[in-house]
Write a protein that binds this ligand. Structure first.
Ligand code: ADP
Length: 437
């Protein structure tokens, strides 16, 4: 990244310097050229004012630096007078650029190699009142020298500016990249205030993701530890009782009791494994849900019917209220959700308590409410009961066949359906769980 930015800096500065250098040269050259023409024009005006028919000025024949040459040309191009040459010998000047222009517009300018002196010259021609053309010219040696001096100077300045640019570019790149290098070192420890404003949302997003990953890893690790622990208890019981029977250490009624314990633990294992499988299915991102339009009231009626027997066992009354309401959902998952909520409402109920399942439609929302008159959930536990293996009363959960995963599964199903879940509970009064679809 540093190298790329540096290379870009070098390229951009080289290009900028080159363009500025060339532009400055063209500009200076034009200014100088105009200056010389203006000078020639001023000279021409003075000479015109002082002109008499005799040779007005004596010039050395050498074309030197500041020496100007005066030529008087008739309207037909015949050279009448030339300060530096023999006018009689000189060819007709009618085709000279500046003469043609002066005849047409009153004045003309040109720059070229002189046919008479084979030197680069500046020519300025003006039409006089008598129709003749007065031409003033000057050798371009001085301007050429000045231009080559200018090129040299501009080149030196460009090189110096380029070196400064490269050095500053390097310094700037290092400063620019420093916060990013800091991030690469350890993104979590970097204080966002020390970063560019534009980088801050990016960094806080990565930090958040990083935290989420850590949190996820922690949850997974805890889950694995919990799973192993939960599986171990019934397995140890099964293995222990089976060993007793195997060693002939039990007899008659005892054997039956141990067999019953083994059966009970095996069922518990089965429930645990089933719930773990369900959770991992709900966890997997590529799980394909088959959504269909279902009547939630009919579905709840079926669940209530099935739950009547376990309810009777707990001496709890369960009933359904409300109205028919259609939702788009996965039938199996919805059944799972209603079963889990009803099962909890029965298992954590009091003797002769009741469970009311209500399905109702409110505007475009369908609600499923499971309300019980049970033991309730203390305030401090309410936030956590949707966590995996979190139980308020572990022994009650286990003795009633709970796995500690029921509400975690419910929470997942709710999320898969983009629904919402609300809990209201008061200790010793009861619990109401509301699912809004
Ligand atoms: P479990 O298999 O232990 O019932 P859940 O995930 O279904 O696990 O519930 C977690 C805990 O939340 C339960 O152990 C229980 O303490 C509490 N809980 C859930 N539903 C109710 C309820 N209707 N009344 C009282 N406590 C409840």
């Amino acid at each position: 990244m540093k190298k790329k930015i540096n290379a870009k800096f070098v390229w951009i500065s080289a290009l900028a310097i080159l363009l500025t250098g060339v532009g400055a040269m063209i500009l200076f050259y034009n200014i100088l050229k105009n200056e010389i023409f203006d000078d020639l024009q001023a000279n021409a005006r003075v000479i015109e004012a002082l002109w008499t028919d005799e040779k007005p000025f004596a010039y050395s024949s050498r074309m030197g630096d500041d020496v100007i040459r005066i030529t008087l040309i008739a309207a037909d191009g015949t050279v009448i007078f030339d300060s530096h040459g023999d006018s009689g010998q000189m060819e007709n000047h009618i085709q000279r650029e500046e003469v043609l222009e002066a005849l047409e517009k009153g004045e003309g300018r040109d720059m070229r190699k002189s046919a008479t002196f084979s030197e680069h010259m500046f020519y300025y021609a003006m039409k006089l009142e008598d129709g003749n053309i007065m031409r003033i010219s000057k050798a371009s040696d001085s301007i050429n020298q000045f231009v080559s001096y200018l090129i040299g100077m501009i080149f030196l300045i460009c090189v110096a500016v380029f070196i400064i640019c490269v050095m500053m570019g390097k310094h700037l790149t290092a400063r620019l990249v420093a916060p990013i290098e800091l991030l690469a070192d350890n993104i979590v420890l970097v204080e966002e205030e020390s970063l560019y404003e534009e980088l801050r949302p990016f960094v806080s997003m990565i930090k958040q993701q990083h935290m989420d990953i850590l949190e996820h890893a922690k949850i997974r690790q805890e889950f694995t530890a919990n799973v192993s622990h939960e599986l171990k208890t019934p397995l140890t019981a099964i293995s222990g009782y089976a060993e007793l029977i195997e060693n002939g250490m039990t007899s008659g009624e005892n054997t039956l009791h141990f067999a019953g314990e083994i059966h009970h633990s095996a069922e518990r294992l089965q429930r645990l494994i089933n719930d773990i499988i369900k959770l991992s299915e709900l966890d997997s991102e590529d799980m394909k849900l088959e959504f269909e339009t279902i009547d939630l009231y009919d579905l709840a009626a079926h669940c209530v019917e099935v739950m009547e027997l376990p309810a009777q066992k707990h001496d709890v009354n369960i009933r359904l209220e409300g109205e028919h309401a259609k939702v788009s959902a996965s039938r199996t998952l919805m059944e799972e959700l209603v079963f889990n909520l009803c099962s909890n409402a029965i298992r954590y109920n009091k003797k002769e308590g009741s469970v009311v399942v209500t399905v109702k439609q409110e505007q475009d929302q369908v609600m499923l409410i499971v309300k019980d008159t049970g033991i309730g959930i203390p305030k401090e536990h309410q936030e956590r009961i949707f966590e995996r293996f979190y139980r308020v009363d572990k022994s009650r959960s286990k003795s009633t066949g709970g796995t500690g995963l029921g509400l975690a599964i419910v929470k997942h199903i709710v999320a898969q359906h983009n629904a919402q879940i609300f809990l209201e509970s008061e200790e010793n009064v009861g619990t109401e769980i509301r699912v809004v679809l």
